[in-house]
Design a protein around this ligand. Structure first.
Ligand SMILES: C[S@@+](CC[C@H](N)C(=O)[O-])C[C@H]1O[C@@H](n2cnc3c(N)ncnc32)[C@H](O)[C@@H]1O
Length: 430
């Protein structure tokens, strides 16, 4: 699973679940799994029924929680829930010793956060929701797990976030996984909204998550120290800036942010406090990784046509780098006879986004020309396309990169960006 190295260091799902073990222990799991040619169990993550089953199995196996996840409702991905909870735990570790009894509020609760928080950390939680069905399911799951002593479930009105719960009582924290999307996106082309599974009130709210959290911020301004640490998750990174501006405007003492990465999915967190004695800390594993990325990113290899000698391969690759406007500084080491070519590559602008589409268009054009001229170099283009695809996926977040390219008649290593395998065929120029 990509992105797992960005999970919270204490997240048990940094090591993906052992599907083989699950398939033996839970025979019903096999309905959604198959054995690949390499003997590995492949799970169908796109199947909602399968995903629901996997989530219930993991909750049982890893947390001793017996949870009913109703059909048609949001299926809570546990690695994400843990990433968020573990960041909150980090914030407590910064401020309190581990004997402190923690009391928190979860706004918008199918009860997954309170269940995990109570079971894993023994925090006592109040879970609120506006949806009667969600409340009913939450209560059922709390009772099923005998956690009534730690979890209370409350129905609240759509217009409120924290006030009804925290007005007369102090809480150590609050958390929230708000409906991300705005009703104006209902039936729109927003992929994120369209791909989410759940009922409308789980996913949509007036003004989207920014307005939802702004209301929470407004209430926090009234409540001040009634809650020591306010936190929320957001589904869009772009929501962080308007929320941080809002927090600045109301004079929050300190603000921190977090990145929750799991599988191919990312979410963000924001925390604030009005207490000057409370310390907050960012959790931005991706940013840390950006600093370290040149050391960490594993190379990816691509085969190039067997008919290429190393000079041809190098020429093709150089053409590609030039077309991507990458600056290439040749660093050929004279001392090492095996090194034919060594270069330092820098990107100053994002020229690779949509390269695949551009290539496809160019290929189509070239194909139609080729039909006329009966040219036979189709193979070469498709390999270049592969390199493009890789560059596109590797550096897709408009991330500029620097890479070192070595060429020694065996392979070209674009360290941290690409690993280009060159077969050992000596050309007549070598
Ligand atoms: C994205 S779901 C999150 C559910 C659960 N916390 C999770 O992480 O799986 C958002 C939830 O917020 C609830 N909700 C919407 N407006 C609310 C409000 N004003 N107060 C409390 N809950 C609300 C919805 O009914 C829904 O259950």
């Amino acid at each position: 699973m990509p992105n797992n190295q960005f999970m919270h260091p204490r997240n048990i799902y940094r090591t993906p679940p052992a599907f083989k073990e699950l398939s033996i222990k839970y025979p019903e799991f096999n309905k959604y799994a198959s054995t690949g040619l390499n003997g590995k169990i492949v799970f169908d993550f796109k199947n909602q029924e399968g995903l629901r089953l996997l989530t219930t199995i993991l909750l049982k196996k890893d947390f001793g929680l017996d949870v009913d996840l109703p059909v048609g409702r949001l299926i809570p991905t546990i690695p994400l829930r843990l990433n968020y909870l573990l960041w909150i735990e980090d914030l407590f570790n910064l401020n309190y010793d581990n004997t402190k009894k923690i009391k928190g509020i979860d706004i918008g609760s199918s009860c997954i956060y309170p269940l995990l928080a109570a079971k894993q950390f023994q925090w006592s939680m109040v879970g609120t929701d506006i949806n009667k069905e969600a409340i009913k399911n939450a209560i059922k799951n709390v009772e099923k797990n005998n956690l009534q002593n730690l979890i209370q479930v409350l129905e609240v009105s759509e217009w409120e976030r924290l006030l009804p719960v925290a007005v007369d009582e102090h809480y150590d924290f609050c958390m929230c996984n708000p409906p991300f999307h705005s009703y104006s996106n209902l039936n729109s082309s927003d992929d994120e909204a369209n791909n989410s599974i759940g009922i409308t009130s789980e996913m949509y709210t007036i003004g989207g998550e920014v307005d939802f959290v702004k209301k929470m911020i407004k209430e926090s301004e009234i409540l001040q120290n009634s809650i020591s640490i306010y936190t929320t998750m957001v589904g869009y990174k772009a929501s962080l800036d308007p929320l941080k501006n809002e927090l600045k405007a109301i004079g929050a003492c300190s603000v921190a942010e977090a990145g929750f990465y799991q599988g191919r999915n990312a979410r963000w967190g924001i925390a604030w406090t009005f207490q000057s004695d409370i310390k907050l800390k960012d959790f931005l594993p991706n940013k840390e990784f950006q600093k370290e990325k040149l050391k960490l990113r594993p190379p990816v290899s691509f085969k190039i046509p067997e008919t290429y000698d190393s000079i041809t391969a190098l020429t093709k690759l150089s053409e590609l780098l030039v077309s991507l406007k990458l600056s290439t500084a040749i660093l050929k080491s004279k001392s090492d006879e095996n090194v034919l070519y060594q270069a330092d590559i820098q990107a100053y602008e994002n020229t690779w986004t949509h390269q695949r589409r551009k290539r496809r268009m160019e290929k189509r054009l070239a194909d139609s020309k080729r039909q006329k001229t009966n040219d036979n170099c189709l193979h070469v283009e498709s390999d270049e396309e592969k390199v493009d695809q890789h560059l596109e996926t590797t550096v897709n977040a408009k991330r500029l990169f620097s890479a070192t390219l070595f060429f020694n008649s065996l392979r070209i290593d674009l360290y941290n960006a690409i690993w280009y395998n060159i077969p050992l065929i000596k050309g007549k120029n070598e």
